[in-house]
Write a protein that binds this ligand. Structure first.
Ligand code: SAH
Length: 394
């Protein structure tokens, strides 16, 4: 078995069961491992620590499959996949939606592999050489363990470049009559574009928070910044909002959002969809002295890693400061960050700074996070990326 021998003292993170080995921790690589192939991770005194996949081009040079001295083969992955299916059943995720995350990579013990279920269609995203190496096996197992027959691939995330992988999109198994797929989340229908929608088509992580907004939106004038295909917008309307202004920079997302309002017979006369930049439009609204009872901000990842945290912090502060100004007294800010590089504590500080600079007082009434189908391994805190705050402006 090819192996990585670590520098002295660099086994510490593995002993705490963190699954990554960075290039700087490596003393030498033995026996020319294949890209994505299985290797042993050994301490500087040759002790077995873990069995991992090898990523020759990435700073994260190895990702642990197992800390046991066990065979990594089809049956190994079958057990892991079966466990993820069992967890979702235990959590009764299907009572929330027929679209949910079935496998969440490191957090579910299968680094590099994301699998989202949209009704009877599985959508696979392979992010590393390790998941790529085992892709055909994983594809077979996914169908065997779920009893489904269609698997679509959306391996077009930017992070693949760090692994030296090209983008791949298309059908891996079975048939699809249409790439626009209807899902039902908490009794609302959404059309999802499996081929060109963002992520694997839908932001499954925000499900519980969208429902929360439904419960808070009655009779409110709502602004949904970064609305994508209408997730929060539809929930606000379903919750009895008086009006909803929804902004996104993507014309495709807005077209689908409008379609989704119609699909549910929600009152389209209460909606106003604007194609544009939230940063600019919030400024314009401020200059026009507009005001709202509820503002939702769910921007894209400004800081994928801690290195971009400072610039990202300025972005978050900017939009939240403007939002605090645009809120009426007693109004609610529902604000999120999905940046891995910004943790919950820092996010709360940024929001406090935004309120301070806006000259307002506000209180946090709720902390929000990612939905239950995006679990977090205790050994891999990086898996907790989505944080949200509900604040009331005094
Ligand atoms: N809340 C949504 C998901 C939002 S994802 C849901 O529940 O489904 C973030 C969205 O922000 C994407 O749709 C992206 O197109 C949009 N976006 C990114 N930068 C933007 C900007 N500067 N102004 C407006 N929209 C932007």
């Amino acid at each position: 078995m090819p192996a990585i021998i670590l520098k002295p003292g660099r086994e510490k993170s593995l002993l705490r069961r963190h699954p990554w080995i960075f290039s700087g921790a490596i003393q030498r690589v033995e026996d020319e491992p294949l890209s994505g192939g299985t290797i042993d991770l050994l301490s500087s005194n040759q002790q077995f620590l873990a069995r991992a996949s090898y990523s020759p081009n990435s700073q994260i040079r190895a990702r642990v499959w197992t800390f046991e001295n066990e065979l990594v083969d089809k049956e190994f992955f079958r057990k892991r996949i079966r466990a993820t299916v069992d967890t979702r059943q235990k959590l009764n995720v299907e009572s929330q939606s027929n679209a949910y995350r079935l496998i969440y990579a490191e957090s579910d013990g299968i680094p590099g592999l994301i699998v989202d279920r949209y009704g009877d269609v599985l959508v696979l995203q392979s992010l590393t050489t390790g998941s790529e190496f085992w892709k055909e096996t994983l594809a077979d197992l996914l169908l065997e363990e779920t009893g489904l027959s269609t698997l679509y691939e959306r391996s077009d995330a930017d992070v693949r470049e760090l692994e030296g992988l090209d983008s791949k999109v298309g059908l891996l198994r079975g048939n699809l009559s249409s790439l626009i797929f209807p899902i039902t989340e908490h009794n609302l229908k959404f059309n999802v574009n499996l081929q060109s929608g963002q992520k694997t088509g839908f932001y499954l992580d925000q499900r519980a928070n969208r429902l929360r907004v439904r419960g808070l939106a009655k009779d409110k004038d709502v602004l949904d910044g970064f609305c994508y295909t209408g997730g929060f917008t539809l929930n606000a309307l379903a919750g009895g909002a008086r009006s909803v202004i929804s902004i996104d920079s993507s014309a495709d997302a807005l077209a689908l959002a409008k379609e989704n309002v119609a699909l549910n017979d929600l009152p389209s006369e209460k909606t106003n969809f604007l194609e544009g930049d939230v940063f600019q439009l919030l400024r314009k609204f401020r200059d026009e002295n507009r005001s709202f009872d509820m503002i939702i901000l769910d921007p894209p990842k400004f800081a994928p890693t801690a290195a971009q945290a400072e610039r990202a912090a300025r972005g978050y502060k900017d939009i939240n400061l403007l939002a605090f100004k645009l809120l009426r007294p007693g109004g609610m800010l529902v604000t999120f960050s999905c940046s891995g590089g910004i943790d919950a504590g820092l996010f709360q500080k940024i929001i406090a700074g935004a309120a301070l600079d806006a000259g307002v007082d506000a209180q946090i009434v709720e902390h929000l996070s990612q939905n239950i189908d995006h679990p977090v391994s205790l050994y891999f805190p990086e898996g907790a990326y989505l944080k949200g705050l509900v604040c009331i402006k005094k």
